[in-house]
Design a protein. Structure first.
Length: 194
């Protein structure tokens, strides 16, 4: 007769039982533990600030007596050099380049100035050279010559200005300005004394 060996226990298998895994910790226990830690840290910060206030300018009140105002230290006199500009370009730049409002530009179109003045159009200013070069290429496709001028401001940040010009008359400059506005580029008009 045939015997079914599939369901027969192996010798020694009864002695090897798997240990049970510990039950997982419920989520509310973890939430309470996190809350307790957070409150403890908040208490430490509060005590630190409270002790700093006691050591510092906070007046101490004795029983029955109002606190006397503490004497304020005299403000330090600032040296006169703090009020003067540290750089000369604050004075030089307004003399060299002047931003012209539209009303004044209209009046200058009617008459040519007696002094030697040239005009520039600043199409844009970018921090990255690649962006300035992209605009310069776009202007070249419109048959407008431009230059990229690299300027460092406060010895920290570098800007790349896309400039068009110089123009010797306001009329010529205004023609190019109209073409730029038609291409959704709103340039700044600059007047530079020669």
């Amino acid at each position: 007769m045939t015997r079914d060996y599939k369901n027969t226990p192996k010798p020694g298998a009864a002695a090897k039982k798997k240990p049970k895994a510990p039950a997982p910790t419920p989520g509310w226990v973890w939430m309470l533990a996190g809350l307790a830690i957070g409150l403890f840290v908040a208490l430490l910060v509060y005590l630190k600030d409270f002790s700093a206030a006691q050591d510092g300018a906070a007046p101490v009140v004795e029983r029955g007596r109002p606190a006397e105002p503490a004497e304020k230290p005299a403000p330090k006199a600032e040296p006169e050099s703090a009020h003067k500009p540290r750089f000369d370009f604050y004075n030089l730049l307004p003399e060299m380049e002047v931003l012209i409002p539209d009303q004044e530009l209209a009046a200058e179109r009617e008459k040519e100035p007696a002094e030697k003045v040239v005009y520039y159009l600043q199409a844009a200013s970018f921090r990255r050279f690649e962006e300035a070069d992209r605009l310069r290429a776009q202007l070249a496709l419109m048959n407008i010559e431009s230059q990229i001028q690299r300027v460092t401001v406060n010895d920290t940040s570098t800007w790349h200005r896309v400039r068009i010009g110089p123009f010797t008359s306001a009329r010529k400059m205004d023609k190019v300005r109209g073409r730029l506005r038609a291409a959704n580029i709103d340039p700044i008009v600059l007047k530079v004394k020669r």
